[in-house]
Design a protein around this ligand. Structure first.
Ligand SMILES: *Cc1c(COP(=O)(O)O)cnc(C)c1O
Length: 348
């Protein structure tokens, strides 16, 4: 009997026994009144960790980004954003719909960055014809790609030079930090802080590789977080005894950052086992996400491949471009099972 190997997303993790114990014993209060000790502790912990004055616990990363963008921008402002970025493509147009804040999309370079000259060219002069360019939003990691720290510094410098604020969608900030720490032989927490400190605000997800069931945090200045608190209420994100969730996020920060390196190692192993299969075009993974483009004959058999994987207990997202993600609930055995299923399909 095959186990289920769920490679669809790092959002599919379930809380570990230790995390559940932390949730069960968390002191609780009404967070809309600011009374939940576990929420307050989490907010202090993440703000401290990333070097900000304040933080706000959010039900989702989507709401965290939305409140971040709306806390920076007024109606009629615009934010510059990558055309594949979550805050542009995957958040139902929230900033435009709910905030009347216009996105100005910019095409990504192959490495996921936005070219500095493209950022500069997209910033409008003060002219009645134009929306007011107000904010640059970047994402790290983006589709599993880590943005170089020098690039983050340069891009945010360009924004600041033109009077724009900067926001990082750091849903997978800690994956970026762990990969960066490995490359530079430093500490992931130090790298997370270095990345975050390039920006005026950062949104980070606890519900992805960190393994919490729910939640994100928006970090920024006291003033920004004060504004975001009202926006969160408006968006319906004022939760009550949210400490039951915040305690899971705190537990994740204490126990699940360094182990992201294991997810990255398993992803490298998966890549090494698949990269020579004809018909599969795969870019070397930098963190925990792999995209496999099916070409030629493999492309014609795409649906058969996905069905085959499913029959072998291996769950992936996509059809012609498959996405696989490693996380807390995938182990070496699971990767062997996935590799065996894919090899079996292509040797048949
Ligand atoms: C998952 C994710 C978010 C937020 O997603 P939610 O499902 O709303 O928590 C934001 N940005 C990126 C890059 C993400 O991967």
């Amino acid at each position: 009997m095959n186990k289920i190997v769920d490679l669809r997303s790092d959002t599919t993790t379930r809380p570990t026994a230790g995390m559940r114990a932390a949730m069960m014993s968390a002191p609780l209060g009404d967070d809309v009144f600011g009374d939940d000790p576990s929420v307050n502790a989490l907010q202090e912990k993440i703000a401290d960790m990333l070097g900000f004055e304040a933080a706000l616990f959010m039900p989702t990363g989507t709401q965290s980004n939305l409140c971040g963008i709306l806390a920076h921008c007024q109606r009629g402002d615009e934010y510059l954003v990558g055309h594949n970025a979550h805050t542009y493509l995957w958040e139902a147009g929230g900033a435009a719909v709910l905030g009347s804040v216009q996105p100005q999309p910019i095409a990504h370079q192959p490495d996921g960055t936005l070219a500095l000259k493209d950022i500069e060219a997209a910033i409008k002069i003060d002219d009645p014809h134009f929306a007011r360019s107000r904010l640059l939003t970047l994402e790290n990691t983006l589709g599993g790609k880590r943005m170089p720290i020098n690039y983050l510094q340069q891009a945010t410098d360009v924004a600041r030079t033109h009077g724009l604020a900067t926001h990082l969608d750091g849903a997978r900030l800690f994956n970026a930090a762990v990969a960066q720490a490995e490359a530079q032989k430093t500490n992931p927490r130090e790298e997370a802080r270095r990345i975050a400190q390039c920006f005026d605000s950062v949104s980070v997800c606890f519900s992805k590789g960190l393994g919490a069931p729910v939640g994100s945090a928006l970090c920024g200045s006291k003033e920004l977080i004060y504004r975001a608190r009202r926006l969160r209420k408006m968006a319906g994100g004022g939760m009550r005894q949210a400490g039951v969730l915040a305690s899971a996020a705190s537990y994740a920060l204490d126990h699940h950052i360094d182990r992201l390196a294991d997810d990255h190692a398993l992803m490298r192993e998966l890549y090494a086992q698949l990269k020579d299969i004809p018909g599969l075009a795969i870019e070397a993974p930098q963190t925990n996400i792999l995209f496999i483009d099916l070409q030629d004959e493999a492309r014609e058999r795409a649906q058969a491949l996905v069905d085959h994987l499913k029959s072998r207990g291996v769950m992936v997202i996509g059809l012609y471009r498959l996405r696989m993600v490693t996380h807390l609930d995938v182990d070496a055995e699971g990767i062997r099972q996935a590799v065996a299923a894919i090899r079996e399909f292509f040797s048949a």
